[in-house]
Write a new protein. Structure first.
Length: 230
């Protein structure tokens, strides 16, 4: 038996901590993975990016065939998996990413997360908009063929109270207005929500459905999908 126990290589290590206009945001390392924590709430890590990639793939698959150079808006840069997935797909034209936390943008541009997203950020189609997503959707006149939104743990579990506006009737109306006819709204969630599905229908979306990421146990991550009819 050894005289002492060595350090836990999987214990989280704080790499950076910032105070911003929306509270505290922390980047942690855990072994070979990274974690983002906002106001003490776990947001995401790099251990399994299947659902973040599904967010992009499902939206693209739901678009009508033959639409040239569709534009996608990704709400939330996070650990970069959704952006990287979009950048690997030549069908996308414009790839805009809205991220309100300057710290997260910095971690990708010049910090540890650059090893994940560096090539995608260098893609000429990619544009980073350091804005609050809810405010951007309410004020911009730009339109997109797909909105792929992942700024919370889901419609029923928001990071900050203001984010709940995104899932309100007014917020969903803003999403619908920002989509081209036939455009797709895709919303990531850590759990299914039949209430949110009904809210999408009430907001005038069609083709409302939910895709799950299979897990061995527990509640699956999901992507809620809805289409703006003409």
């Amino acid at each position: 038996m050894p005289d002492s126990i060595g350090p836990d290589t999987h214990a989280p290590v704080t790499l950076d901590r910032r105070e911003g206009p929306y509270g505290e945001v922390v980047l942690r390392g855990r072994g070979d993975d990274f974690e983002i924590i906002a106001n003490g709430c776990f947001l995401m890590d790099t251990s399994d990016g299947r659902s973040e990639r599904l967010l992009i793939d499902a939206a693209l698959a739901a678009l009508p065939d033959g639409r040239p150079d569709p534009a996608v808006l990704i709400g939330g840069l996070g650990v970069g998996f959704s952006l990287v997935r979009a950048a690997t797909e030549p069908r996308w034209g414009r790839i805009a990413v809205v991220e309100r936390e300057q710290a997260i943008v910095d971690w990708h541009l010049e910090g540890p997360l650059a090893r994940i997203s560096g090539a995608a950020l260098a893609d000429p189609r990619t544009e980073i908009l350091t804005r609050d997503l809810v405010a951007y959707l309410r004020t911009t006149t730009d339109r997109y063929d797909a909105l792929c939104l992942d700024i919370d743990n889901g419609p029923d579990w928001t990071v900050t109270e203001d984010n709940s506006n995104l899932y309100s009737p007014a917020g969903l109306a803003d999403c619908r207005e920002r989509l081209t006819p036939g455009g797709v709204l895709a919303v990531w969630s850590a759990q299914p929500s039949t209430d949110f599905e009904q809210a999408l229908r009430n907001a005038g979306f069609s083709g409302v459905r939910t895709e799950e990421v299979r897990v061995a146990r527990g509640v699956p991550d999901v992507v809620h999908l809805a289409v703006r009819t003409a």
